[in-house]
Design a protein around this ligand. Structure first.
Ligand code: PEP
Ligand code: MN
Length: 392
């Protein structure tokens, strides 16, 4: 029907999305990208870690063991480096790819590395599990089209001056050319701010989740340019709904040939993993499933590390339980003022079956129901004391 003939019931035709292949689906179903044993874009939060550039065998192997020992899911490292100055270290080229692949094999992690030109794709794809398009190449359309013709996953980094729409159109090029395995990476944009190397745009995570079905990860290393800012921004990325983070790690950042200021030492990387271990589950995701226990710290040190993680998780759990008890008290007050009974056996049974249905990993539905029965009992006792009511 032509527009002239439209009566009031006629619905305006929806403008076609400028990026139909990557646009969020009507049913909001998200896509995930499989990389060997890991899948990016699921409930499992993914950590990709490694040096900015592969520098030599010792450096990449030491880093690989450290990140695998700390639980990373993939190893990164550049062999072809897009440097702002032609006089800066440009990467080891194919020798770097070989070392990266060898280190990844040794620790059992897939490897992610940057490709700069369409001509380099065959050699990079030969060694890498995931090909990275750097920020400076986000609109290198010849490269994007050529990456659409391979079947390996691609991490597409956002250009430092690219809008979200331009970012998504970059991804559309790759998917439209035939490769659906694209992971978007927010890595900071250039703003008037000079206190940090870039401004990490965490708005982008939430906006991208509204607009696309593709997985979204965040790079707080390039996003801030400073190692001390990586942990808080990695946590913020997880809280904003990112599917993972990519961070730079170097055994001796002060001697790194590129991006030393933003590179974490292995110890600082462990602290980032510990911090994430605490906030990722609160977002309904898990952080486990990566790493290689063989490279975890020496047993005594390792036991200490796991205990620290348990202590951090216990702290978070206690805070949540206190908040839950406070909320339950407010609910109790509300019911009292409405003249309703404080306790409702049916509702308690619902709570137990709801948490039981969330059972996953090592905790069975019965175990969860048992724990929550105790939580409910403790809450009830505190309500009785505070609100001076007796349970019926
Ligand atoms: C990198 O990941 O080392 C890199 C060069 O990143 P970007 O393209 O985001 O600057
Ligand atoms: Mn870098």
């Amino acid at each position: 029907m032509s527009r002239e003939h439209c009566d009031t019931h006629c619905i305006e035709p929806r403008p076609a999305s400028p990026y139909p292949r990557v646009a969020r689906r009507p049913d909001a179903r998200r896509s995930s990208v499989r990389v060997n044993a890991i899948e990016i874009g699921t409930d499992a939060f993914v950590v990709i870690a490694g040096p900015c550039a592969v520098e030599d065998r010792t450096q990449i192997h030491t880093t690989a063991r450290a990140v695998a020992g700390a639980g990373a899911h993939a190893l990164r490292g550049g062999a072809y480096k897009p440097r702002t100055s032609p006089y800066s270290f440009q990467g080891l080229g194919e020798a770097g790819l070989e070392l990266l692949a060898e280190a990844g094999r040794e620790v059992g992690l897939p490897v992610v590395t940057e490709v700069l030109t369409p001509e380099d794709i065959p050699i990079v794809a030969h060694y890498a599990d995931v090909l990275q398009v750097g920020a400076r190449n986000m609109q290198n359309f010849a490269l994007l089209k050529a990456l659409g013709q391979i079947n390996k996953p691609v991490v597409l980094k956002r250009g430092p001056a690219a809008t979200i729409e331009e970012f998504l159109l970059g991804a559309e090029y790759i998917v439209d050319a035939g490769n659906p395995n694209v992971i978007l990476c927010e890595r900071g944009i250039r703003t008037f701010e000079t206190a940090t190397r870039n401004t990490l745009d965490l708005n982008a995570v939430a906006v991208l989740k509204e607009r696309t079905h593709l997985p979204v990860i965040v790079d707080p290393s390039h996003g801030t340019g400073r190692s001390t800012l990586v942990a808080p921004l990695a946590k913020a990325a997880a809280a904003a709904g990112a599917d993972g983070v990519m961070v730079e790690v170097h055994p001796a950042p002060e001697h790194a040939l590129s991006d030393g200021k933003q590179s974490l030492t292995p110890r600082a990387f462990q602290a980032v993993m510990d911090a994430l271990a605490c906030c990722v589950p609160v977002q309904g995701r898990c952080l486990t499933g990566g790493g290689n226990a063989q490279y975890a710290r020496r047993t005594d040190v390792e036991i200490d590390g796991w205990r620290q993680r348990i202590d951090t998780l216990d702290t978070a759990l206690v805070r949540l339980l206190i908040e839950r008890a406070r909320v339950a008290q407010e609910l109790g007050r509300c019911k009292l003022s409405a003249g309703l009974p404080i306790h409702n056996a049916e509702r308690e049974a619902d709570v137990l079956s709801r948490v039981g249905a969330m059972a996953a990993g090592p905790l069975s539905a019965e175990a969860l129901a048992h724990i929550f029965a105790a939580v409910i009992q403790a809450t009830r006792e505190s309500e009785e004391q505070t609100l001076c009511v007796r349970a019926s």
